[in-house]
Design a protein around this ligand. Structure first.
Ligand SMILES: Cc1cc2nc3c(=O)[nH]c(=O)nc-3n(C[C@H](O)[C@H](O)[C@H](O)COP(=O)(O)OP(=O)(O)OC[C@H]3O[C@@H](n4cnc5c(N)ncnc54)[C@H](O)[C@@H]3O)c2cc1C
Length: 353
C-alpha cells in the first residue's frame, strides 16, 4: 500500500499522522521547515523558553490532549490558569477558580516538545517545500519547489508516491499548491475566496501597573514560572488585537529580575521572532497581531468531484489547517484528523491503494 503523505508539519499535520498511526495506515510527513511544529513554535534562550505563537491550549481541547497522551507527554502538561494574578486597586489578586473546561494549559518545556516527541516515532522529512501535486499512474507525485523535481525519499532518492495526500499547510500555501496542480483546480476558487490575514506576531510591553495587567507571579506553580499578557486585559489604548506571550523561566528568574530585565528579554524574543517572521513590525508600538486563518472554508479538496479531467479515479486528497474549521490549534488538529479519515475513505472507495 502506498503511504498517505501528510504535507505540513503543524498541529493539523501532526493530528493527521496521529489518526493514521492509530489505525496502522502507512504514512509519512513532509514539511517545509527544518523541524516540525509550524505555529507551535518555541523560542529558547539559556534561561527562558517562550511560546509566542501558541502559548496555551484549553483543557477542553480533546484532540490535542489525545495526541499528547499518544506521545507520552501527559506529565509535561501544566495548567497556567491558577497562576494568573490580576492587578487591582487592592494589589495583585489571584483569579477566581476558573471553569475547568476553559483552564489554560501549556507544555512545561515549550509547546514544540509535542513535535519533538512525535518526531521520534513518525517518519518525517523536513526542508521540502511542496509547490504542486499531480496524479500519475495511480499515485500522487509531489513537486519540490526548490528543485522543480518530484519529492524524493532522502535515503533511497526514489520518488515518493502517495496513495493519498493530506495537505495540512497554511491557507496561502494551500492556494499556491492548488494553483500549480491541475488536479486541484476545482478548489482554487474556494481557496482564493478566503481572506488570509497576514500573520504578524506581536510581542509587547505593558506598563506593570496598568489596570488589569496580568502581573508576573513569583511562584506561579511548583514547576512553572511565567508571564502572560491577556488580550482582554491589556489597556484599551493598546487595542484588543494584541497577542499573549508566555515565558517559562528557570527557578532563578524572579519577579524582580524580570522587572529589571523585562525590556531586554522582550527585545531578544522580538529579534528571535523576527528571524522567523521577517516582516514583523519594527517596534513594540507598531506591532500588531493579526491571526492568520480568520476566515474559514469547507474542505474544498474533500469535495472534489470524481471528474476525469481534473481528478482521475477520485484521487484522494483533503485539506487541513486552521483556516478550515477555526483559528485555534484544536480546530487545526480536528481538521487534520478529519482530513486523514476522508483521504482513507476515498482511498478505499477509489481503489487506488
Ligand atoms: C500569534 C498567534 C497566537 C496564537 N495563539 C493560540 C493559542 O494560544 N491557542 C491556540 O489554540 N491557538 C493559537 N493560535 C492558533 C494556532 O497557532 C494555529 O491554529 C495552529 O498552530 C495552526 O496549525 P496548522 O497545522 O493549521 O498550521 P501551521 O502551524 O502553520 O503549520 C503549517 C505547516 O505547513 C508547512 N508548510 C507550509 N507550506 C508548505 C509547503 N508548501 N510545503 C511543505 N510544507 C509546508 C509549514 O512549514 C508548517 O509546518 C495562535 C496563532 C498565532 C499566529
Amino acid at each position: 500500500m502506498k503511504p498517505i503523505v501528510v504535507v505540513g508539519g503543524g498541529v493539523a499535520g501532526l493530528a493527521a499522522c496521529w489518526w493514521l498511526r492509530a489505525r496502522r495506515i502507512p504514512h509519512l510527513m513532509i514539511h517545509a521547515a527544518a523541524a516540525p511544529g509550524g505555529r507551535f513554535g518555541t523560542i529558547r534562550s539559556a534561561d527562558w523558553t517562550a511560546d509566542p505563537w501558541t502559548p496555551f491550549v484549553l483543557k477542553s481541547d480533546r484532540t490535542i490532549f489525545a495526541i499528547a497522551r499518544e506521545f507520552g507527554l501527559d506529565t509535561e502538561l501544566a495548567t497556567i490558569q491558577d497562576a494568573i494574578l490580576t492587578m487591582s486597586d487592592s494589589g495583585p489578586q489571584r483569579s477566581a477558580p476558573g471553569d475547568y473546561r476553559q483552564a489554560r494549559v501549556c507544555l512545561r518545556n515549550g509547546m514544540d516538545t509535542l513535535f519533538a516527541e512525535a518526531a521520534k516515532e513518525l517518519e518525517i522529512h523536513g526542508n521540502v517545500t511542496v509547490d504542486g501535486v499531480r496524479w500519475s499512474d495511480g499515485a500522487f507525485v509531489l513537486r519540490d519547489a526548490a528543485t522543480g523535481h518530484s519529492v524524493r525519499h532522502p535515503v533511497s532518492r526514489r520518488t515518493i508516491g502517495a496513495g493519498g495526500v493530506v495537505l495540512a499547510v497554511d491557507g496561502p500555501s494551500a492556494l499556491r499548491i492548488a494553483r500549480n496542480s491541475a488536479l486541484l483546480e476545482p478548489a482554487v476558487d474556494q481557496l482564493a475566496a478566503i481572506e488570509y490575514a497576514p500573520e504578524v506576531v506581536a510581542l509587547f510591553k505593558v506598563p506593570r501597573m496598568d489596570p488589569g495587567f496580568y502581573a508576573l507571579e513569583r511562584h506561579a506553580s511548583p514547576d512553572l514560572k511565567w508571564i502572560g499578557f491577556e488580550e482582554r486585559k491589556v489597556p484599551s489604548r493598546v487595542g484588543t488585537e494584541w497577542s499573549l506571550m508566555v515565558v517559562h523561566a528557570g527557578e532563578t528568574m524572579s519577579a524582580e529580575l524580570l522587572d529589571a530585565e523585562e525590556g531586554a528579554v522582550l527585545e531578544r524574543l522580538f529579534d528571535a521572532a523576527r528571524k522567523r517572521v521577517p516582516d514583523l513590525p519594527l517596534g513594540w508600538n507598531e506591532a500588531k497581531l493579526v491571526r492568520s486563518g480568520r476566515s474559514r472554508a469547507r474542505n474544498p479538496c474533500g469535495d472534489l468531484q470524481d471528474d476525469r479531467m481534473t481528478n482521475p479515479a477520485g484521487a484522494p486528497v483533503a485539506l487541513a489547517g486552521d483556516f478550515i474549521e477555526g483559528d485555534r490549534a484544536e480546530d487545526a488538529a480536528r481538521s487534520g484528523a478529519r482530513a486523514a479519515a476522508l483521504v482513507v475513505q476515498r482511498t478505499k472507495t477509489g481503489g487506488v491503494a
